[in-house]
Each structure stands twice: as C-alpha cells, then as structure tokens.
Unconditional design. Structure first.
Length: 278
C-alpha cells in the first residue's frame, strides 16, 4: 500500500486515537466465511502511518477475514502495547475465562459485521451483548445503514454501549431526513451509541476528494451528538476495487466534517479515551 511522506494539513491533538484499523497477516488462515483476503498489512507498516499522522493510541479491530480466530488481532494489540485496545469476534462457545483473558489483554468490544463475510448472526447479538457487557465491553456494529429501521427495536434494548461503524455505512447514500438515518441520529442522541467517522470511500457515490454525500451525514451526526463521535483511519482501507486514499487525507477530512477545533478534539481524543478506557 502506498505511503506518502507529505504531512497532513491538520495537526493531530494530544491523545489522538485511531478507533478502527486492521492488521492482516498471511500466517493466519482465512475463515471460510470471509468475502476476500487482503494482502498483508503488518504492525511495522502501521507504525509509520501512526508517526506520520500523529496518532498516539490505536484500536485494532478484528477483520472479517479471520472469522472468530482472533490471534492476529490480539498479537497486534500486544505488539502496540499499552497504547492499544482490541475489538474481537467471539460466538456463544466462548468461555467466561477466555473473555476475562481477552479483557486483560486489552479487548474492549465484540464486533458484529452484518454484511458479506460476517461470522456472527443477528440472533445472538442481544445474548452476546449481555455476556460481554459483564466484562465492560461494548458492541461494535457494521451493517448497511438502510436496514437500521428493521433493527431499531433490538438496538434500543441492547444492554451497554453500541458503536456503529463508518457513519452508518448506508450503501446507497441517503439524505439527512431519510427514516434510516433518523434512526441513527436517535441512537446517537440517546447517549449510548457512538458513531465512527470513517471510510466514506466504502459507499460514497459523490466520491473524492470531499465525499460530500457522506460528509453531510457526518456533519449532522456531529451536530446532534458531538460527545459520541469517533475518528478512525480504517487502515489499510480493505475495499476491493476501490482506490486507496492517502492516509493524510483521512486526517484532513475532519477539517471539513468538524470545522470546530474543540469538537474535533472530542472525536480524536476525548470520546475514545472515555469509551476505550485509555
């Protein structure tokens, strides 16, 4: 993946946290449920991105590539040390002893990837949310945001905290008054749901450099719930047949999405520190 040395325009504030990135390592087998297998993207390469952007803390998210085999993610969390946390994928077979072990290693969430390649079904979400909540974990959810009305009742009754990936990931971008986006707004306004401002290239139709169709939604979310916004790189940008953005742009886009410095600092540092316990 390309690494441009040009620094970003935006200087990251102290405590800047990348709340969503992945490590890929071909030493680990691809799960049978996986939609694709990205090339290797290892910790040393990510550390160069961290240094370039001024990132101080990282949340390593289990990619769908490895299903419920979390070894690659846990190894990365260990390599990054105290400045890292993890989000893993576990099913009902996981023991409480294993959940406790993962918590000690820095895990703070369970991921439900409800799109192609995901390993967990909807019907265990509520049960698993309650189980992992006993260890202080949250639920991280990726879905096609257009389906949010179908799951609104379930998501509202989940115990604990919910984190929604990639500005809701509406696979056909919607206007801010769309019923599905209104569900996301209500969840964020409830105070129990965080939203990651990341990866607009995954679903934007307006495209670079501004991804304005996604940016409008991000701006509305920030206005409604600035205390629940999270910034992330989504490095190494695992999206087949999609141009890989320059990592500096991933930081600089926040100048447009959140022009106010104090509100930006919440998304970069304050909010993730609260959620992940840094």
């Amino acid at each position: 993946m390309p690494l441009n040395d040009t620094p970003p325009r935006l200087k990251a504030p102290p405590g800047t946290t990348d709340t969503h990135m992945h490590i890929y390592d071909s030493r680990y087998p691809t799960a049978g449920t996986a939609a694709f297998t990205p090339p290797d993207a290892l910790v040393p390469a990510y550390l160069k991105v961290r240094a370039r952007l001024g990132i101080e803390r990282t949340v390593v998210v289990q990619p769908s590539t490895y299903g419920i085999d979390n070894r690659c993610t846990l190894e990365a969390v260990a390599a990054l040390g105290p400045s890292a946390r993890g989000v893993v994928v576990v099913d009902r077979s996981v023991s409480d002893a294993e959940l406790e072990r993962m918590t000690r290693l820095g895990v703070r969430g369970i991921r439900f990837h409800m799109m192609e390649g995901g390993a967990l079904p909807w019907d265990i979400l509520e049960t698993m949310a309650a189980r992992v909540g006993n260890f202080g974990w949250h639920v991280q959810l990726q879905l096609d945001g257009r389906t949010l009305p179908d799951h609104e009742a379930l998501l509202k009754r989940l115990p604990g905290t919910l984190v929604v990936d990639h500005v809701g990931k509406f696979m056909e971008p919607v206007p801010v008054d769309h019923p599905a986006f209104r569900v996301l707004l209500k969840l964020a306004e409830s105070g129990r749901t965080y939203v990651k401002l990341s990866a607009p290239y995954n679903w934007s139709k307006s495209g670079p450099p501004n991804y304005s169709d996604v940016g409008r939604l991000a701006t509305a979310l920030k206005k409604a719930a600035p205390e629940r916004m999270l910034w992330a790189t989504n490095w190494p940008h695992p999206m087949p047949n999609t141009p890989i953005p320059d990592d500096a742009w991933v930081l600089d886009m926040m100048l447009e999405w959140i022009p106010d410095e104090a509100e930006r600092n919440k998304a970069f540092a304050d909010n993730p520190a609260r959620l992940y316990g840094f």
